[in-house]
Design a protein around this ligand. Sequence first.
Ligand code: ARG
Length: 460
Amino acid sequence: KTNQSWGGRFSEPVDAFVARFTASVDFDQRLYRHDIMGSIAHATMLAKVGVLTAEERDTVIAGLKSIEQEIANGEFVWSTELEDVHMNIEARLTEQVGIVGKKLHTGRSRNDQVATDIRLWLRDEIDVILAEITRLQEGLLGLAEAHAETIMPGFTHLQTAQPVTFGHHMLAWFEMLSRDYERLVDCRKRTNRMPLGSAALAGTTYPIDREFTCELLGFEGVSGNSLDGVSDRDFAIEFCAAASVAMMHLSRFSEELVLWTSAQFQFIDLPDRFCTGSSIMPQKKNPDVPELVRGKSGRVFGSLMGLLTLMKSQPLAYNKDNQEDKEPLFDAADTLRDSLRAFADMVPAIKPKTEMMREAALRGFSTATDLADYLVGKGLPFRDCHEIVGLAVRYGVENEKDLAQMSLAELQQFSIEITEDVFEVLTLEGSVSARDHIGGTAPTQVRAAVLRGRELLQSR
Ligand code: ARG
């Protein structure tokens, strides 16, 4: 027998390197609060069904609570020899309260224990992440409202396409984040299922009351099959998938912020507190926060791939492989939460340079489509209008003139249908205001969308 809790059938101690190689306590100790929460519920249930006496239950719970304090205070001594968070806490409990500590694990296995812990942990993480998404969305609504009329160039192929309002652009990001929110809420439902009671793989012979434990822990329901209960990590994969999509959005967002702060665009200013300088070039102010978030998206995609690959081909039920689920999951949650936090802090502080955006929108013939639509209004077929405006743009490029800068006579070279009223259409304001329908860029629509957005956030 060795001094390990499972050492009964062993004739020699585990190799020192193997002990370190197989231990997870360095990274799974962060589950301690949820591990203790699960153990308290389990002990409460065991007393309810008569496996523990009320006195034993109280002793166990008091012990677990004092251990929680020890850990929170940084006084707890973690031991690699005890492998993981679960056995560290159990060993300490027995040290503190004696034999009854050894009764806690009745009707339970580390397999259903760890599956329960991760779900409890992830449920809390998702709630924090959801709150950060909402905070970021509030910031976007604030910018959208303040800049419902601010005009910037809209792009396709990163070439000037048509003018849009800055508020409208902010609301595009708002929409993406709304979908991210929904995906996480959905993932939370499947995370919030209780595998405890599955024991090692087949269930347990004790008269456990899973529904009772489930209620104590606030789970939505119990898992329906013990083999699946201990080995299912779909919820972690789903979380990483949802986190990956959210990081992909933040990465697109980042890319635009990086472009917009550059000397070539100068669309916005980021406050100094979100930027850093260069150790060699005195003039530099680098948009580090968006750059880092753009970069960090890669590690979350990596976590998703890592977990999918971890789970593929695993036979039922629990396998030690599953211990490898934690680091990618933790890292994905940390990365998403921190990225959202940085963005939620930074976005309300974005300073749009409205004059620069306006000037940029005036370059690049951004109202060419409006001129074509104007000619359609005069009864010409759209394809012909496209051709006419194309010729006008070529003339503009050769003579370095935007459409709105041409005289009526110059414009009439391309079509005699063009009359004095064309100039209303060629202005930036005319262009954006004309796109006046749900989802369009008109200032009235931006204001309406901001109101809808506020209602959505209220309803959460
Ligand atoms: N540390 C383990 C994990 O994270 C706990 C479950 C271990 N179960 C076992 N039978 N070895 O997966």
